[in-house]
Write a protein that binds this ligand. Structure first.
Ligand code: PXL
Length: 292
């Protein structure tokens, strides 16, 4: 089965196409995905969806350059070079038109044994990010249908399923309902973030359709809403999968690394909008990935 292929570690340098925005300040998207993948021994190529001075979460006055017009030319050029990707990883998309461009990119670079991971970045805490419309959320559902793995938070999951958002704490029945309904859209593996059954623990739930396994990873809750943590989580999840860990193991590694990065930021008392200190948590990540 093809899902066993990407779970075995390769003996060559694996390559990922990372389709995200470049926010110059306020760590998220490409400024998180590229360093995490590189540190995990994976080559990362960037297809930028927008260039911003900062991300859009809680920071006003940001500049925004929509790079939609560059995306098909990038795709065509990469195709002409016969570049192959072991994984394609999409996140924040910069315009409605990019939904189709990204689906076409998947079709161009899909191979029998590569992995398409979609983080449907568009909402959190029950609300769509200001720059997106409800139509965008429906379009994102079609992008997710083409993925092998999707990594929504609970708000994104309810938008993809067109169900009303429910604030936590959640029940196991509700989380299992979301996981199974999401897999009915098409992806064979689901990783749901922002899962909590009590106020003291927070983490992720995974579902593997082929085995039927549902697993959870939790850490102690750290107060505050830290920006860019979804990108730290999804990038680390992918790093785990490409390093030969299975879905639940990779989610556990990603939960612990994200929490360690948040904890450092919390202890330093830094501005929670500016991203988390994932850089100084690399030593523990590399140990967990058994790279050192
Ligand atoms: O981390 C998600 C994200 C990525 N990119 C941009 C964002 C956000 C969330 O607000 O604004 C530009």
């Amino acid at each position: 089965m093809s899902n066993t292929i990407y779970m075995s570690k390769k003996n060559y340098l694996q390559r990922v196409a990372a389709i995200h925005d470049l926010s110059g300040f306020g760590k998220c998207s490409l400024t998180v995905a590229l360093p995490i993948l590189s540190a995990a021994g994976i080559e990362a190529s960037a297809l930028p969806t927008a260039i911003l001075s900062t991300h859009t979460g809680g920071i006003s006055g940001f500049t925004y350059l929509d790079t939609t017009g560059e995306m098909r030319p990038f795709t065509k050029h990469w195709k002409s070079l016969d570049i192959r990707f072991d994984a394609i990883y999409s996140g924040f998309l910069g315009s409605f038109e990019q939904l189709d461009i990204v689906k076409d990119f998947f079709d161009e670079f899909r191979q029998d044994n590569n992995l398409i991971l979609v983080d449907p970045v568009m909402a959190d805490n029950g609300e769509l990010y200001k720059i997106f419309t409800p139509d965008f959320a429906l379009g994102m559902k079609d992008v997710c249908k083409k993925a092998d793995i999707i990594v929504p938070n609970i708000t994104e999951a309810t938008l993809l399923l067109e169900e009303p958002y429910q604030p936590g704490p959640y029940s196991e029945d509700y989380i299992e309902h979301l996981l199974k309904k999401l897999s009915d859209l098409g992806p064979r593996q689901i990783v749901l973030t922002g899962v909590y059954f009590t106020e003291t623990e927070l983490g992720a739930a995974t579902y593997d359709k082929a085995s039927g396994e549902i697993a959870y990873s939790f850490v102690a809750t750290i107060p505050g809403y830290y920006h860019g943590t979804g990108d730290v989580f999804a990038s680390t999840l992918l790093a785990g999968l490409l390093n030969g860990f299975n879905l639940s193991e990779s989610a556990g590694i990603a939960v612990r690394y994200t929490a360690a990065s948040i904890r450092r930021t919390y202890e330093a008392g830094s501005d929670i909008r500016f991203g988390v200190n994932f850089e100084q948590s690399f030593p523990s990540l590399l140990k967990e990935l058994r790279l050192v």
